[in-house]
Design a protein around this ligand. Structure first.
Ligand code: CMP
Length: 134
């Protein structure tokens, strides 16, 4: 059975462009309940740990620099079928491939500055929630 929790980050580009309000509105309209939320700023060490799974990728260093470039908003969310439904709501990683109406189609500018993160599995959702909220 799929889980009821997922984790999201409103990324520095979206925060800087004042899209936090509209993004949260879309998340709530889609039926997600915010269980935890915090504004924070990552440092290189924490960004590197959060994105550890990507540390062999060519974009890892740029990704960490970008994620440390400004404030982010982290949230724990609840809904039935949370991970899958949230990934549908945010759209494809590359906004060029994201469906109309998705958060990334509306607010992201590139594959790197893609406005929002969503956990990709129940297991990772739990890890990511624990990373930020324990
Ligand atoms: P996210 O889903 O938060 O998790 C990994 C992030 O790496 C992803 O969003 C993008 O921001 C970034 N990413 C993935 N693929 C690429 C790529 N090819 N070039 C640059 N950044 C990428």
């Amino acid at each position: 059975m799929s889980g009821i929790r997922t984790f999201t980050i409103i990324k520095p580009d979206a925060f800087e462009a004042s899209y936090t309000g509209p993004i949260i509105e879309k998340i709530e309209e889609a039926g997600f309940k915010i269980l935890n939320m915090r504004l924070e700023r990552l440092d290189q060490n924490r960004a590197g740990k959060f994105y550890e799974v990507h540390n062999d990728k060519p974009f890892f260093e740029r990704l960490c620099n970008y994620m440390c470039s400004g404030p982010i908003v982290v949230m724990e969310l609840e809904k039935s079928n949370a991970v899958e439904d949230f990934r549908k709501l945010i759209g494809a990683t590359n906004p060029e491939n994201a469906e109309e109406g998705t958060i990334r189609k509306l607010y992201a500018t590139s594959i790197e500055a893609n406005a929002i993160h969503g956990s990709d599995s129940d297991e990772n959702a739990l890890k990511e929630i624990n990373f930020f909220f324990t």
